[in-house]
Design a protein around this ligand. Structure first.
Ligand SMILES: *Cc1c(COP(=O)(O)O)cnc(C)c1O
Length: 509
């Protein structure tokens, strides 16, 4: 939706136009005869004035419960769309189908007002099975994190106030000790997101100087985050070494000189180089950095605290491992595998982290109090890793036992068969889900889905209707089927899914 002078345009008007289109029937055979112009004038004359519509009983009661300006704008928009439809009409039959009585416009106006007044950012049901789905908000929060951020939102807080000393404090204080306890880091800082963390760390440690990176690690994460671009924005100079598939320690060594400020290792979060490939381990880089007195930074991307390989998944380097290997600075996201709110977490040696905190960009990238509250509560869960796996939804969903997913699939499957079995062919099937969020790209997690086909709708059509349901449901398509993957569906969301399907199955008027 975009704003234009005096109103709102975009999806709003398009959807209205579609409604008007329905009224018109939109049949457009060639118009013949010379009386179309006078016909159009007559129709335009029939259109009510804004004030006349505002006097209608339904519209007056709408104004009683909604901001007057919104209702007035909706009336104007509806009239304007009708005017445009009349003017662009090429067919007298089409014009004759027009319903221009004030009472015919009321439902359109009500729909429009509802659309404006409804939250645009809303909860959706993620039935894609992709756990860390960036387009759907990445991680959902543990109940403890939700409580913490609500509490801080509702009142004032000690965000930057030291209650013991009665003087100014630092917003980093609320999570720094926890982060250090959990990971073994000397110091910690938190910023808005990991892209910001990387930018800030590079700007602080390497502006105007060279940063050595393997060509195999010049990653792009979802469109706008590309290592070479972030590097340029930070003022650091990229010094690429090695090749796409093979980089050796000697490549790094050969690149180190007067101008070198940093050796950077970037986790290839969302892809893997397989086959004829070689990379230098973080441990080796740290030894090399030590030889030349050049710090080593590791952008981990996902930043997991729990070693997932103990649960049968492939190994994703943990934050603790990176610090233990001796990285001077480690950065990662709050809302990927950690399962916290969006944040960029910077850990490492005190001398570097303190410098990073004081850089002028730190203020521009600073983390919000709601994020900090949610992050602190999530981190506290990790003090007991077994509890974290249970309470942090991202981990809980990735590690969900197959039997639970099967049970959920059968529960939903039975409900759907009972309620909409006439319209849809419903089958519970074994499938594969993905972690997403640029983590564990090769991992195939066995799952159960409810697969649906219908004689009435194509899969694409059904997926579209599900997205426009209330609550919206985002499903997965496979060939001619709509799949609802139970890995990312919560038990409490099953009634919402069932009622959405009931709405879709109702015979069309
Ligand atoms: C995801 C990712 C980023 C960007 O993190 P955001 O939290 O999306 O800002 C940077 N580097 C790597 C390696 C990543 O995987």
């Amino acid at each position: 939706m975009k704003c234009v002078a005096g109103g709102i345009e975009g999806g709003f008007v398009v959807s209205l136009f579609q409604s008007v289109g329905t009224i018109l029937g939109m049949a457009t055979p060639d118009f013949q005869g010379g009386d179309i112009l006078s016909g159009k004038k007559e129709y335009l004359r029939q259109l009510s004035a804004v004030d006349e519509i505002l006097q209608l009983e339904e519209i007056r009661s709408l104004i009683g419960t909604h901001p007057r300006q919104v209702v007035v704008d909706a009336v104007r928009t509806v009239l304007e769309e009708l005017r445009r439809t009349i003017l662009s009409s090429k067919d007298s039959a089409e014009l004759a189908d027009l319903e221009l009585e004030p009472k015919d416009l009321v439902p359109l106006i009500i729909d429009l007002v509802r659309e404006v007044m409804h939250p645009h950012l809303k909860r959706v049901i993620n039935a894609t099975g992709v756990v860390i789905h960036t387009n759907l908000g990445r991680s959902i929060l543990a109940p403890e994190a939700v409580d913490a951020l609500v509490t801080v939102a509702e009142g004032y807080s000690n965000l930057e106030f030291d209650l013991k000393l009665g003087e100014r404090g630092s917003r980093h204080d609320h999570v720094e000790d926890l982060l250090c306890t959990l990971t073994g880091a000397e110091a910690a800082a938190v910023v808005n997101n990991n892209a910001g963390a990387v930018l800030l760390a590079l700007a602080t440690l390497a502006s105007g100087k060279e940063v050595v990176v393997s060509r195999g690690e010049l990653v792009e994460i979802g469109g706008s985050f590309r290592i070479p671009d972030v590097m340029r924005q930070s003022g650091a100079i990229l010094r690429e070494v090695g090749t796409t598939n093979k980089t050796y320690l000697r490549d790094y060594r050969g690149a180190i000189g007067e101008e070198t400020a940093l050796l950077l290792k970037v986790h290839t979060s969302n892809f893997r180089v397989v086959g004829f490939a070689a990379e230098v381990s973080l441990e080796e880089l740290v030894v090399l950095g030590g030889e030349y007195n050049v710090p080593v930074m590791n952008d981990l991307g996902s930043g997991v605290f729990v070693d997932l390989s103990q649960y049968g998944l492939s190994h994703e380097p943990t934050v603790q491992e990176a610090l233990k290997a001796g990285a001077d600075v480690v950065t990662f996201s709050g809302d990927k595998l950690l399962g916290a709110p969006q944040a960029g977490i910077i850990l490492g040696k005190r001398e570097f982290v303190e410098k990073i905190k004081k850089h002028p960009l730190a203020r521009a990238l600073r983390v919000d109090k709601l994020t900090l509250a949610g992050l602190e509560a999530t981190l506290r869960l990790y003090l007991d890793p077994a509890l974290a796996i249970e309470r942090v939804p991202t981990l809980e969903m990735i590690l969900a036992p197959l039997a639970n997913l099967e049970k959920r699939a059968h529960r939903l499957g039975e409900e759907l068969k009972k309620k909409v079995g006439k319209t849809f062919d419903v089958k519970v099937e074994k499938e594969i889900s993905r972690v997403g969020g640029g983590a564990l790209p090769l991992e195939e997690l066995p799952t159960y889905v409810v697969g649906l086909t219908s004689a009435e709708f194509s899969a694409v059509e059904l997926a579209g209707k599900l997205r426009l349901s209330e609550p919206p449901i985002v499903a997965r398509l496979k060939e001619d089927k709509v799949l609802l993957d139970m890995r990312t569906v919560r038990d409490e969301e099953i009634p919402g899914i069932t009622s959405a399907f009931e709405g879709i199955a109702q015979p069309r008027k």
